[in-house]
Unconditional design. Structure first.
Lengths: 482, 111
């Protein structure tokens, strides 16, 4: 079931308020508007009908008078026709007029109407009837009748004006009323829009803010991870290698040209005792911070196990167990010991390309490799191999980036052997860098590459030369880190 | 999957790298116990370390579900890569299809 949070209460309350108040107001307003419009039409119609009736009554009266004048002047009954017609309808017109005036509710009109009706009756009684009877002539008609007729006309005029005024008032009222209802409707619609916006504003703002925040967070995370991973790699790889008696080491690391692929390639060396050196080159599957962390753990495990000086196969088995325990990413590695006292290399590989051995006067050759990558199979066993070499022999260790750039590892291996032959022929003091240059001068390294060499001295070395090598290596490492 | 035999076939081709990780993961998923599995990589020429990692996971899964696996690979450079990765020590690798099928049918007889 969904639980309503505190932030959601406000928009919810807004919505309820909107439903309770605004919508009924809107509905009532719409009905009132319809009502008012109907009423306005009816009023206009009533006013028209009343004014038309005023016109009819005036016409009736005019017909009466016209007929009577004609008759009084000529005594011919033919002139009485309009008089009789008018007489037969004027009463009904007055009655209907009264009915028609009722809905208009015109104040003061009934007095005027009564007066007009009475005046007409008096005219009929005191003017028309005596003329018909012959007791009045046309002069009397003009004298006595004029007064009454004028009075009647004034009354009817007054009624007409009153109706007109009433009509104007009604129009005004209707206009005002429609204005009010319209205003009410407008307010309701605005309220609807405002409530609607208020209800969703918080949510909209939250959504927008959340969107911004998450993209900013992602960017920060990405940059942080990249920085940390770069820092770790620099810290681990760019340090100068130590110098060892009767042995010379060189190493290089090249970050992938595709920055997204910068990963966990590493190398390590440690002098365990006079003339006995631990060496290791490894590669963590994956990229970024996770890879850097796995790399660090693998190196720590390797060094801490190497201190008790066990064989390389057992060393890798221990690291494998440790990495599996920590659920780290898959790591491939080659590690071993170089012993300058008997010119032996002892090594083991874990899912890693095999080392290359170069002996004086010989072509370089791949040693045997194999073994499963670490952190993949529990209890995996690693075989230690020992190679008896001679003074001047060099072991080359590398990561798969040095042989896989063409994706045909057989081609890559041949090019690596050529590069090693070339570096040895040049007599470079930094064979790892010479090999790297030979491999990548004309190719892009899409993956990371780490290369390390360990060479036994051809003859006992001099102290001052050792110091020179150290300085060179240090300068070289510095120039590469910048 | 294969109606004419008693084993399943997983076939992939081309260069298998991180870009095809999801496809490879999907292909190398084992749903439950059953017959032997022929991993037909005869058309595969490259496998990067992420695919090696997936093959190792596949090896673990197959072992847990007691399903025997034969891997058919032909490209020499791929054979070399799998040797690097030590996979040749745990997977029965075959360069001939008939040999792989023989191996799987022997396993079938045993179980």
């Amino acid at each position: 079931m969904k639980i309503i949070t505190r932030e959601e209460v406000r928009p919810l309350a807004m919505t309820v308020l909107m439903l309770i108040f605004v919508i009924p107001v809107l509905i009532i307003g719409l009905f009132a508007m319809r009502d008012q419009v109907t009423r306005t039409f009816r009023n206009t119609e009533n006013v028209d009908v009343a004014q038309h009736r005023v016109f009819l009554i005036r016409t009736d009266q005019l017909n009466e008078e016209t007929g009577m004048r004609g008759f009084a002047a000529t005594h011919r009954t033919i002139f009485l026709e309009p008089y009789h017609v008018a007489l037969s309808v004027i009463g009904r017109d007055f009655d209907q007029f009264e009915t028609e005036l009722l809905p208009l509710n015109v104040s003061g009109v009934s007095n005027a109407l009564t007066d007009a009706r009475t005046t007409n009756a008096v005219w009929l009684h005191t003017v028309a009837e005596p003329i018909l009877a012959g007791s009045l002539n046309s002069t009397d008609l003009q004298l006595r009748g004029k007064e009454l007729v004028d009075r009647f006309r004034r009354d009817m005029q007054r009624i007409d004006v009153l109706i007109q005024e009433r009509g104007a008032v009604l129009d005004n009222e209707a206009e005002l009323s429609i204005d009010h209802i319209g205003f009410l409707l407008l307010v309701s619609v605005i309220a609807l829009v405002v409530f609607g916006f208020a209800s969703f504003r918080d949510r909209l703002l939250r959504l927008l803010a959340g969107e911004k925040r998450s993209s900013a967070n992602l960017r920060v995370l990405f940059e942080t991870e990249k920085r940390i991973s770069n820092m770790l790699q620099e810290a681990f790889l760019q340090k100068p290698l130590p110098t060892f008696s009767a042995m010379s080491l060189s190493a290089t690391y090249v970050a992938a040209s595709d920055t997204a692929k910068i990963g966990g390639d590493w190398y390590e060396s440690l002098e365990l005792s006079e003339g006995r050196v631990l060496f290791a080159v490894g590669d963590v599957v994956g990229h970024g911070l996770d890879a850097a962390v796995s790399m660090n753990r693998a190196r720590q495990a390797l060094i801490s196990s190497a201190v008790v000086d066990i064989d390389p196969g057992s060393l890798l088995a221990r690291v494998n167990a440790d990495l599996l325990h920590q659920h780290e990413a898959m790591v491939t590695a080659v590690c071993g010991y170089a012993d300058s006292r008997n010119y032996r290399f002892t090594y083991a590989t874990a899912g890693h390309p095999p080392p290359v051995l170069l002996e004086p006067g010989q072509s370089p050759r791949f040693l045997q490799g194999g073994g499963l990558p670490m952190a993949s199979i529990k209890g995996a066993e690693y075989r230690s191999r020992t190679v008896q070499t001679v003074p001047g022999a060099m072991l080359v260790l590398y990561t798969d980036g040095a042989v896989e750039y063409s994706r045909d590892v057989l081609v890559g291996e041949k090019l690596l052997l050529d590069a090693i032959t070339g570096a040895a022929g040049d007599g470079s003091l930094e064979p790892a860098i010479a090999i790297r240059d030979a491999l990548f001068r004309e190719r892009n390294n899409s993956d990371d590459v780490a290369i390390m060499t360990i060479a036994f001295e051809r003859s006992p070395r001099l102290i001052d030369r050792a110091e020179n090598i150290y300085d060179d290596a240090y300068d070289n490492a510095r120039s590469y880190s910048s | 999957m294969n109606a004419n035999s008693t084993f399943d076939t997983i076939a992939l081709a081309g260069e298998l790298d991180i870009a095809r990780r999801d496809e490879v993961r999907q292909a190398l998923r084992i749903d439950g116990p059953g017959s032997g599995i022929l991993v037909d990589f005869s058309e595969v020429v490259y496998a990067d370390s992420t695919v090696i990692a997936q093959l190792l996971r596949f090896y673990n899964d197959a072992g847990e579900l007691k399903r025997r696996v034969a891997v058919l690979i032909v490209a020499p450079q791929l054979i070399r890569l799998l040797q690097y990765a030590g996979l040749s020590e745990i997977f029965p690798l075959f360069t001939e299809r008939s040999a792989a099928l023989n191996y799987l049918s022997e396993v079938g007889d045993k179980s």
